[in-house]
Design a protein around this ligand. Sequence first.
Ligand SMILES: CC(C)(COP(=O)(O)OP(=O)(O)OC[C@H]1O[C@@H](n2cnc3c(N)ncnc32)[C@H](O)[C@@H]1OP(=O)(O)O)[C@@H](O)C(=O)NCCC(=O)NCCS
Length: 272
Amino acid sequence: MVETRRKVSAVDPVWDRITNEALETVRNEPLMGGLVHACILHHKTLEKALSYRFAAKLASNEMSMVILREIADQAYQESPALIEAARADLVAIFERDPACHRLLQPILYFKGYQAVQAYRIGHWLWQRGQHDLAYFVQMRVSEIFGVDIHPNARIGKGIMIDHAHSIVIGETAVVGDNVSMLHSVTLGGTGKEEEDRHPKIGDGVLIGAGAKVLGNIRIGHCSRIAAGSVVLSEVPPCKTVAGVPAKIVGEAGCDQPAVSMDQRFTDCGCDD
Ligand SMILES: CC(C)(COP(=O)(O)OP(=O)(O)OC[C@H]1O[C@@H](n2cnc3c(N)ncnc32)[C@H](O)[C@@H]1OP(=O)(O)O)[C@@H](O)C(=O)NCCC(=O)NCCS
């Protein structure tokens, strides 16, 4: 076991760090031993650990853990982009969430991370035409985590969904890389458009808690959407919008608001 971990650590310092954090957790809190062994220490790679976590969380009387684990194992094996995105999401949370002190935390405890990884497997199934299995994954993710992401939605990497209660992302939504969002965000339709009817969120956008972005509108890269806003029209890049309906209230204030999680107000002198 130790030999194996050494071999893996030579090529995967992230997994090495996670296993060391896991060992420390068990040392500090022996009552966590069973969970930490099952979720981390029992596995040789990050993808095997994520596959186990996916299956353990989503299994029910309707679908066994064995089947779910086979699905996830196959997904990670056939699509290296999935594990690349899972790593980018992990690092994004570690860097942006002040409550995240160890890489271990999102894997064990953060439902935003777990929900996004499960969505990614559902999206992989959807792309292969396995729509019923993809819908099943969407349903279980919604039931377990309160995060409802349609498997056809396209979501980039380096995503942080903090707190993650009540997230809704519609069928034709697109979310770029390095986007951060807080709880109760909706990327939905207005009910007036058909087919391609959901928002397109650019790279590096920060979406505040409770914001509703409605319709097939483009949110420019590195913009910020204030908590509680209802965004009904296009947002240019690098702006801050707020209100119901949302209006431009300032510049985004920095190059990558979603990465720096800069939530200060920066006046741009706009009065529209
Ligand atoms: C309200 C709604 C039904 C649109 O109704 P509508 O009569 O077609 O309204 P319009 O789009 O023509 O907008 C009329 C005015 O109301 C405003 N408005 C529209 N929707 C609004 C909303 N949700 N909140 C606040 N103001 C809204 C518009 O900005 C516009 O203001 P203006 O005249 O000053 O420019 C629609 O915007 C809506 O909110 N649908 C529900 C969507 C939803 O819940 N989606 C989630 C899917 S998961």
